[in-house]
Design a binder for this molecule. Structure first.
Ligand SMILES: O=c1nc2n(C[C@H](O)[C@H](O)[C@H](O)CO)c3cc(O)ccc3cc-2c(=O)[nH]1
Ligand SMILES: C[C@H]1O[C@@H](n2cnc3c(N)ncnc32)[C@H](O)[C@@H]1O
Ligand code: SF4
Length: 325
């Protein structure tokens, strides 16, 4: 059972989409709306390195530049685009000794290409191939566009994280179709390192605040489907702060994602991270093993650039997992 030690950096919560389930997004002017400045981000990265974290999870609202107020904020920081700022943040992270994993919504081939040399892995949740009410005001949540971004990442050989958001109004047949779509892209490009089966957790103040969370039975069923449909080299991940992993591990979960000793889960701020030692006690005799944001298979295949190669080699052991300190 693998996991990674990360710091969560919510670079901006300005977003062009309006997902019915999202409690992360803010409108400019709303309390908490922000674009984090380098002076706020650098200490998080440095503390992360000191605490032994290997992953800087850079999260963004999608194409925030479509929001005019945000463009002003970016200009004040001295950047002409989100991509330019993100490239700077990735460089900063690498220099500090922590590996970037970017999760910023859909992207073009050229954006992915620019980010590839500076990211150990990247991610985009497919969410679902179904057309859903939850995504009615979300130009970036069209399944074709999400699948296209995942495909472009495959062409560029970017170790990739994707997944399903379970319980947002989709049906079981949609989950099957979503998993089949991911399996098919992986069979073509071989780049999917993990599929997150994320349970929807209602957020106060959102359109779906009273929408029921999926039951544990639905989660178990989806894990079983994932294990049947996905090639066996893909890890199946659940978040141990959102669901009790014990029953799900028996059904095929092999990874518990990023666990942070320092930062909160900014997407699910109500859900506290378990302590890794407590989690290990609970999971005994199953052993937790720390990995990097790039899975061992891709470390071995050297699916990384020279720019981050030195850091990856310094952090990994001969099996491609996190080297013990
Ligand atoms: O702490 C979180 N980490 C999330 N992660 C990060 C994940 O925990 C790890 O960073 C990956 O396992 C890579 O090591 C995501 C990464 C993606 O690429 C796409 C979606 C997510 C979603 C979450 C999330 O809701 N909370
Ligand atoms: C980064 C990922 O976080 C997930 N996400 C967004 N909102 C929620 C929520 N209320 N509950 C669980 N997961 C959520 C989406 O799948 C998004 O792509
Ligand atoms: S889930 Fe992502 S895309 Fe959807 S509103 Fe939230 S930040 Fe935007």
């Amino acid at each position: 059972m693998t996991y990674s030690k990360n710091v969560f950096v919510p670079v901006t919560n300005i977003c062009r989409n309006r997902c019915g389930y999202c409690g992360f997004r803010r409108e400019p002017g709303q309390p908490g709306a922000r674009l984090m400045r380098p002076e706020e981000i650098l200490p998080v990265l440095e503390k992360g390195v000191k605490a032994g974290c290997t992953e800087a999870l850079f999260t963004f609202g999608e194409y925030a530049e479509e929001v005019s107020e945000y463009r002003k904020w970016l200009k004040e920081l001295g950047y002409s685009s989100t991509l330019e700022y993100l490239l700077f943040l990735c460089e900063t992270a690498i220099d500090a000794g922590i590996l970037p994993h970017t999760n910023a919504g859909i992207m073009t081939h050229s954006e992915l290409k620019a980010l590839k040399p500076l990211n150990a892995s990247m991610g985009l949740m497919l969410e679902s191939t179904a057309t859903l009410e939850a995504h009615k005001d979300c130009p970036g949540k069209l399944p074709e566009l999400r699948l296209n971004t995942i495909r472009e990442a495959g062409k560029l050989r970017i170790p990739y994280t994707t997944g399903l958001l379970v319980g947002i109004g989709e049906e079981r047949k949609d989950r099957i179709e979503s998993l089949e779509a991911i399996a098919s892209l992986h069979k073509e490009y071989g780049h999917i390192q993990e599929v997150i089966v994320q349970n929807f957790a209602p957020k106060p103040g959102t359109p779906m605040e009273n929408f029921p969370a999926p039951s544990i039975e639905e989660m178990i069923d989806t894990i079983c489907l994932a294990r049947q449909i996905l090639p066996s080299d893909i890890a199946v991940q659940v978040a141990p702060n959102l669901v009790d992993p014990k029953a799900l591990i028996a059904k095929g979960v092999t990874d518990l994602g990023g666990i942070s000793p320092l930062t909160i889960d900014w997407i699910n701020p109500e859900a506290e991270w378990p302590d890794v030692k407590d989690l290990q006690r609970k999971l005994n005799p199953i052993l937790l093993r720390e990995r990097l944001p790039i899975y061992p298979r891709y470390v071995k295949k050297m699916w990384y650039s020279d720019r981050i190669g030195e850091l990856i080699e310094q952090l990994s052991d001969t099996d491609g997992y996190r080297k013990k300190s």
